[in-house]
Design a protein around this ligand. Structure first.
Ligand code: AMP
Length: 193
């Protein structure tokens, strides 16, 4: 099994590159942000609560995140591996990911990190907001999401770096160039060949 976490700040291109990676490697895609947005769209009580938190750029609880991840895995038992997008976002989630990998009796490839300069991220997110209709792609919320990322999520990079499971990739350039860089890292560091 090839279990990867695609890492990077909001606007780094995780969603776009995920689509290509799951197609190439036959992976189950788990985007915690997409799952949360679906729950919001359903109009459920839980969805309204999630919307209250995410529309301010804040994180939902680890407990909720683990519940939706385990549910998605249970519903998709026969896969070549999992691509996590937007998870783990905190050190506590990184530890929960390791527990999950242990429970599944599988291995963790590691973290592929898309690196994009801050100014470029803000530009991309403001442009995305014009078409995405996402309530969190507004300039004030974008800045709050970047702050959350820098204070809570960046330490996750150090956590996996120390373990030797961290692969930075230049996230600028054409979609094709970025994809090829990701594939190169996967093929170099996994034993799929
Ligand atoms: P994303 O689509 O990954 O940018 O996620 C959109 C929003 O959903 C984030 O800004 C958070 O509010 C929330 N979210 C997504 N994934 C997580 C997670 N792993 N932990 C906590 N909150 C999350």
């Amino acid at each position: 099994m090839l279990n990867i976490a695609l890492f990077g700040p909001p606007g780094a291109g995780k969603g776009t590159q995920s689509e290509r990676l799951i197609a190439k490697y036959g992976l189950l895609y788990i985007s915690t942000g997409d799952i949360l947005r679906k729950e919001i769209a359903s109009g459920s009580h839980l969805g309204q609560e999630i919307n209250r938190i995410t529309s301010q750029g804040h994180f939902v609880s680890d407990e909720l995140i683990m519940r939706i991840i385990r549910k998605t895995i249970d519903e998709n038992p026969h896969v070549n591996g999992i691509l996590f997008d937007g998870f783990p976002r905190t050190i506590s989630q990184a530890i929960l990911l390791e527990e999950l990998i242990g429970d599944l009796h599988t291995r963790f490839f590691g973290v592929l990190s898309l690196e994009v300069p801050r100014e470029e991220l803000i530009k991309r997110l403001i442009n995305r907001g014009k078409v995405s209709g996402r309530s969190d792609d507004r300039e004030d919320v974008i800045l709050e999401r970047l702050r959350e990322y820098e204070s809570k999520t960046l330490p996750v990079a150090g956590y996996f770096q120390e373990k030797g499971f961290y692969y930075p990739v230049d996230g600028t350039g054409s979609l094709e160039e970025i994809f090829n860089r990701l594939v190169e890292q996967i093929d170099k560091h996994s034993n799929l060949q």
